[in-house]
Write a protein that binds this ligand. Structure first.
Ligand code: TXA
Ligand code: MG
Length: 342
């Protein structure tokens, strides 16, 4: 199959129209969102949803997120929406928050990997919203990468992973947020964060009061432990290179990373150090990728930097982690380093 790439800044109308038509025919389309690029399909079609799993090589037990463009579409995918969830929608939608709700019976169970619940979000990206609106359908969309690879924050990343497997990619430029949405379970007694993202625990607590963070975040799941969000058990977001994570006292970490780097060089490897901008100077002549000055910049550059390390055949990645990078980035890099169980 030939994969067409349409640029939304020069061919907007055609891009939206072609995408909507393909989605209505139960075919797959990659479109930008504010978090990462999504691989979209008609959320109400079993066949279309199955195509997503096939194109990504995604395990069948990892559920997808349904994307909507207006509140009317909410009723097509979820039922019994609690008041707390409505408050969150008012405050954070459109935006990087996926809310887990009881699944509407009309949505194929495959979308939710057989669960009776469904994750729903309204993305804050004009192109995404226009595609969903014009298709007139809720759209199931995981990140548009091959399963296990870093999520795409540029159309080029999606092309690299999915070329030949899908008919259309809309290029809408770089994604602003850069890490996937916060996933919040609203079906239990206490609202629980299953995946950290752009909407932080404190932001959610301002609206809901009590919000729990699932213990599976940032720590390996014990064998056989019940898994609230099936996505948590897979090694995710990984470049081809080995990722080694270092955290703790800044000066200590710098010392360790330097000696690991020098050892790796001596072995004939091509190591690279990932760090926040303010640490770069201390690594001197060593090959370093600076991720940014603050947690927003670091989130926005993380996945592209992981792919860049692969393109430049750098291996291992020595990642100087710091608390200021934020829960979302630390969660993704922990997983890239193999934490969270495979
Ligand atoms: O920002 C995002 O959320 C991006 C863009 C494209 O919207 N999408 C995305 O989708 O990251 P995906 O499929 O890569 O991640 C979906 C996550 C997985 O961790 C999955 O396990 C969890 O959401 N999830 C989905 N439905 C769930 C459900 N019913 N119960 C628990 N977890 C669920
Ligand atoms: Mg993903």
């Amino acid at each position: 199959m030939k994969t067409k790439l349409l640029n939304a800044s020069t061919e907007y109308t055609k891009a939206i129209r072609d995408a909507a038509r393909l989605l209505q025919k139960n075919r797959l389309v990659v479109f930008p969102t504010e978090t990462v690029y999504g691989l979209g399909a008609n959320a109400l079609s079993e066949l279309a949803v199955q195509k997503i799993f096939a194109a990504k090589g995604r395990p069948q037990d990892n559920p997808l997120i349904a994307h909507i463009a207006d509140m009317r579409q909410l009723a097509q995918v979820a039922s019994d929406v609690p008041d707390g969830a409505l408050l969150l929608m008012e405050r954070f939608w459109p935006g990087p928050l996926s809310i887990i709700l009881p699944r509407h019976p009309a949505v194929p169970a495959t979308l939710s990997a057989g669960l009776s619940t469904i994750a729903v979000r309204m993305p804050a990206n004009e192109i995404a919203l226009a595609v969903i609106r014009q298709a007139g359908l809720p759209i199931a969309a995981p990140s548009a990468n091959v399963s296990g690879r870093p999520s795409p924050t540029l159309a080029a990343h999606a092309l690299e992973d999915l070329q030949g497997k899908i008919p259309l990619i809309i290029d809408g430029g770089p994604c602003e947020v850069g890490v996937e949405s916060t996933v919040l379970d609203m079906t239990g007694e206490t609202p629980t964060i299953l995946r950290p993202g752009g909407v932080t625990p404190d932001m959610l607590r301002e609206v809901l009061g009590r919000v729990a963070i699932h213990p599976g975040i940032n720590e390996a799941l014990a064998d056989g432990e019940a898994c609230a969000s099936p996505g948590m058990k897979y090694r995710h977001y990984s470049p081809r290179a080995e990722v080694r994570l270092f955290s703790g006292d800044k000066k200590e970490v710098e010392k360790t990373v330097k000696s690991m780097y020098d050892l790796s060089k001596e072995k004939g490897e091509t190591p690279v150090i990932f760090c926040a901008d303010d640490c770069a100077a201390s690594y001197g002549e060593r090959t370093t990728i600076c991720l940014g000055e603050n947690k927003e910049q670091i989130a926005a550059s993380l996945y592209a930097s992981l792919r860049r390390a692969d393109d430049m055949q750098m291996d291992p990645i020595l990642f100087h982690a710091a608390e200021e990078m934020g829960l979302a980035v630390l969660n993704r890099i922990t997983r890239a380093a193999g934490g969270g169980g495979d």
